[in-house]
Design a protein around this ligand. Structure first.
Ligand code: SF4
Length: 367
């Protein structure tokens, strides 16, 4: 009965997944077409109506309507791509890059569109493109954050991937031992009581990963425990009984540690300590260096604007016009709320990559 219930639940969730998949593919196509049409017509109306107030009013109305179409289309595309490509590392960063391309269009679009000088319709077109891109940035940032949270949860639970473990794979956690954070090997849950009591590493108060030999990789440790070998309680005397493997090189022994469930647990502890340090450190940097960081964001945007101006041989008139556009974005014009959003988004993205680096260090390079 329970199995039949489970089968029927599985089939309902399969059907729901197939339905959502079909909906998202539909949204991707329809949203993509709507976004393309909306963006194309917004740009088409960029220079429209110069010299004629009636035509200019019509162009502005068109831009508003097609801007809404682009906004809806890009929202649908961002949601659909998020569902269809969930778990892909580049998903969030790519959406953020797409957002940036639209959002910073005031830097390059006036140069591309050339003369006549931008009129009110052009201003509205730039506004419409920026507004339409917001869902890409917001959904991209949410994707990055959720991806990081997901990775952290898996890393805290599992550490290294199971296929990287060779020694002690499948060994159950012991219940009699407290899992001491950053503890020695005998303070971790894979130290088995019957081995520990006769283990020279335990009695010497050392750790197996420092000695490069232990109960998971050296059979003599287990054999001596099974034989009931008595280990002196004096730590110096016990240390003399720690097995020495002379057949393997130091690097081979280090590699053996990297494949051991006990060392993996030790790495998980380092990760658990490093994570709050990274998050707290980033929060501290934001609070302590807020002023220079905010100025740095503004300065960087202004530098990019100058570079783009030089690359596109922007005329003086267009340069000043673009500087006005830049100010309009708030980046050069002191729009505090906007600068804050950009700064927080940048710090979150940097934090996401720091977390990846920490993962790499502890679960791949295993330092
Ligand atoms: S080597 Fe193994 S048995 Fe010995 S103390 Fe470390 S974890 Fe426990």
């Amino acid at each position: 009965m329970a199995q039949r219930d489970r089968v029927s639940t599985d089939s309902i969730s399969d059907k729901l997944a197939a339905f959502l998949d079909a909906v998202c593919r539909f949204l991707l196509v329809v949203g993509g077409l709507a976004a393309l049409a909306g963006i194309a017509f917004v740009i088409y109306n960029y220079n429209a109506g110069s010299g004629s107030p009636a035509l200019e009013a019509q162009a502005k109305q068109n831009i508003t309507n097609f801007g809404h179409l682009a906004l809806l289309g890009l929202t649908a595309v961002a949601l659909a791509v998020t569902y269809l490509q969930w778990g892909e590392e580049v998903l969030g960063p790519l959406l953020i890059i797409a957002w940036a391309a639209f959002f910073f269009s005031p830097m390059y679009l006036p140069s591309i569109m050339g003369s006549p000088p931008m009129n009110a319709a052009g201003q509205n077109a730039l506004d419409a493109l920026q507004k339409a891109s917001i869902p890409l940035g917001v959904i991209g940032l949410i994707d990055v954050i959720l991806d990081v949270i997901n990775r952290v949860k898996v890393s805290v639970r599992e550490g290294s991937r199971a296929d990287q473990l060779k020694y002690g794979k499948g060994v159950k956690e012991e219940k009699d031992i407290r899992n001491v954070i950053l503890g020695k090997c005998w303070q971790l849950p894979y130290c088995r009581k019957f081995v520990r009591e006769r283990c020279p590493i335990y009695h010497a108060h050392r750790t197996c990963w420092k000695e490069r030999v232990g109960c998971m990789c050296d059979e003599s440790v287990i054999r001596h425990a099974m034989e009931g070998r008595i280990i002196p309680s004096d730590s110096n005397a016990a240390a003399k009984l720690i097995p020495k493997d002379t057949k393997l090189t130091a690097e081979q022994k280090a590699e053996r540690c990297r494949q051991c469930v006990i060392f993996n647990e030790h790495q998980k502890h380092k990760y658990k300590v490093a994570m709050p340090v990274a998050i707290g450190g980033m929060a501290g940097i934001y609070v302590l260096f807020h002023q220079p960081l905010a100025e740095g964001v503004q300065g960087a945007i202004a530098d990019i604007d100058k570079l783009v101006g030089r690359a596109t041989l922007r005329q003086d008139q267009q340069t000043s016009q673009s500087s006005g556009d830049l100010a309009r974005t708030g980046l050069g014009g002191g729009d505090v709320a906007f600068n804050e959003v950009i700064l927080v988004a940048l710090l979150l993205v940097v934090l996401a990559y720091i977390i990846r680096l920490i993962e790499y260090m502890f679960f791949k390079a295993k330092v």
